[in-house]
Write a protein that binds this ligand. Structure first.
Ligand code: GTP
Ligand code: MG
Length: 192
């Protein structure tokens, strides 16, 4: 995909703030710190488009980015970060769920899981939920630069098991090296 433009449009905390102009939307979900914002930056080759942070819980609102003037990337707050203040955590869940179940222009959910860890309770809950709402989805194992090349297959096995898909459709991705970028763009392009 050639990126002619990538721009931040707005943040939203509830339904009133969603963009509903009919352009397709691609949402990125995953637990806090898994690498959602970094992945978006890498996909569009704009290092500073989305704020990233070593401190989990950086993204607290739903952020909309317009790409090539023709579709949106939607960066969702990370779920299940235990150290977020209780009230903040309670607000995230409903905000994410309302968007995922209610946005009519949502074409694909990109579900990120850290390649170094087996999916946790929150990942399983998100998985059940995406299945329940029958949302088109693609699975990405992030931070693949953190494990050896030879162990990637083994590392993504638990992700494939959770997802109920073959191992070779889980995309190993690194925002550092760019691994997986073309494969993920192929998946995204196929729904646009
Ligand atoms: P929240 O906004 O808190 O939900 O986090 P996020 O999922 O948006 O994660 P973010 O992109 O901010 O990245 C979290 C941390 O992981 C940062 O310190 C990143 O530099 C690091 N990181 C993200 N992707 C990669 C990757 O592919 N490889 C490596 N080595 N580090 C990464
Ligand atoms: Mg983020």
């Amino acid at each position: 995909m050639k990126i002619a433009s990538a721009e931040f449009v707005k943040s939203a905390v509830n339904e009133k703030g969603w963009l509903m102009d009919g352009l397709p939307q691609i949402a990125f979900v995953g637990r806090s710190n898994v690498g959602k914002s970094s992945l978006i930056n890498r996909l569009v080759n704009r290092k500073g488009l989305v704020k990233t942070s070593g401190t989990p819980g950086k993204t607290r609102e739903i952020n909309f980015f317009r790409i090539n003037g023709s579709f949106y990337f939607v960066d969702l707050p990370g779920f299940g970060y235990a150290r977020a203040p209780g009230r903040v955590q309670q607000e995230w869940g409903p905000m994410i769920e309302a968007y995922l179940s209610g946005c009519k222009s949502l074409k694909l959910v990109v579900f990120l899981i850290d390649i170094r860890h087996e999916p946790g309770k929150n990942d399983m809950a998100m998985q059940d939920w995406l299945v329940y709402y029958n949302l088109p989805r693609v699975y990405v194992a992030t931070k693949s630069d953190k494990v050896s090349k030879g162990s990637i297959g083994k590392q993504i096995r638990p992700v494939a098991r959770m997802a109920g898909v073959e191992q070779d459709v889980v995309i190993p991705f690194s925002s550092v090296t760019g691994e997986g970028k073309n494969m993920l763009w192929d998946a995204i392009s196929s729904v646009l």
